[in-house]
Design a protein around this ligand. Structure first.
Ligand SMILES: Nc1nc2c(ncn2[C@@H]2O[C@H](COP(=O)(O)OP(=O)(O)OP(=O)(O)O)[C@@H](O)[C@H]2O)c(=O)[nH]1
Ligand SMILES: [Mg+2]
Length: 231
């Protein structure tokens, strides 16, 4: 009874918090995305950030080094369709170098959603990018958690937002070519799960808001399967 009362108290007095992993090959733009989010959105207890800022200039002037460990930040976020319902989003930006990717799986059981960033100009590594994302979605830990293999339990069970980043660059492969060419198998394979591939430019602040809105609405929809934390 006490447990029920205290969980109801939590539910109504605290804000829902969701953990989001930012994954992708090295140089894809993961830390840049995290820095962008810090500039644009308030922290959980902060007042609103002062107006629109030119994040492009600020990001360009920052020296972002390749990530070796992890970077974490929490923001307060409400989707454009539900502006009064704010949630906390805790982002984990992990290093994308090959030798660091085996660390990612440690975070799967506590995450509510995944952002997988693709460098749309890095055509030479599209295959590696593809294989890496397939490895994520088929990792054993999703199965362990679901209580063993079985229909609907053999793959990832959180929403995946694939961001086709660096669309500001002339060499970037556009969304249609990505979907119908390089990533066609992946897109159809992930069709069964909750996933979406969207074009963005982190540096130019294009497409990020729309992508996050999609991800957050899917995460909230999935909350009976993956309970939020309350903070
Ligand atoms: N033109 C352009 N460059 C970008 C964009 N996003 C990131 N970059 C650049 O891509 C490079 C790598 O960005 P990072 O954010 O460090 O990449 P990362 O995915 O965190 O890399 P690791 O930490 O090594 O895994 C930097 O030089 C960024 O300025 C973008 O949208 N457009
Ligand atoms: Mg990084």
């Amino acid at each position: 009874m006490f447990h029920l009362a205290s969980s109801l108290y939590d539910r109504f007095s605290r804000r829902e918090q969701y953990n989001i992993l930012i994954l992708g090959l090295d140089n894809a733009g993961k830390t840049s995305l995290l820095e962008h989010l810090k500039l644009v959105y308030p922290g959980p207890g902060e007042k609103k950030k002062p107006g629109e800022r030119d994040t492009t200039q600020i990001l360009k002037s920052k020296r972002i080094l390749p990530t070796v460990g992890q970077n974490v930040t929490t923001i307060r976020y409400s989707t454009q369709s539900q502006p009064r319902h704010a949630v906390n989003l805790k982002f984990w930006d992990l290093g994308g170098q090959r030798s660091l990717r085996n660390m990612w799986a440690r975070y799967y059981s506590s995450c509510h959603g995944i952002i997988f960033i693709i460098d749309s100009t890095d055509t030479e590594r599209f295959q590696e990018c593809y294989d890496t994302l397939v490895d994520v979605t088929r990792h054993q830990s999703w199965r362990d958690e679901a209580g063993g293999p079985g229909p609907g339990h053999d793959s990832v069970n959180v929403p995946i937002l694939m961001m086709a980043n660096k669309q500001d660059l002339p060499a970037a492969v556009d969304l249609v070519s990505l979907k119908t060419g390089y990533f066609i198998d992946l897109v159809s394979e992930l069709d069964a799960s909750d996933s979406k591939l969207l074009p963005v430019s982190v540096l130019e602040n294009q497409g990020i808001r729309e992508s996050l809105d999609w991800l957050v609405s899917r995460i909230v929809y999935n909350k009976t399967n993956r309970l939020p934390e309350y903070r």
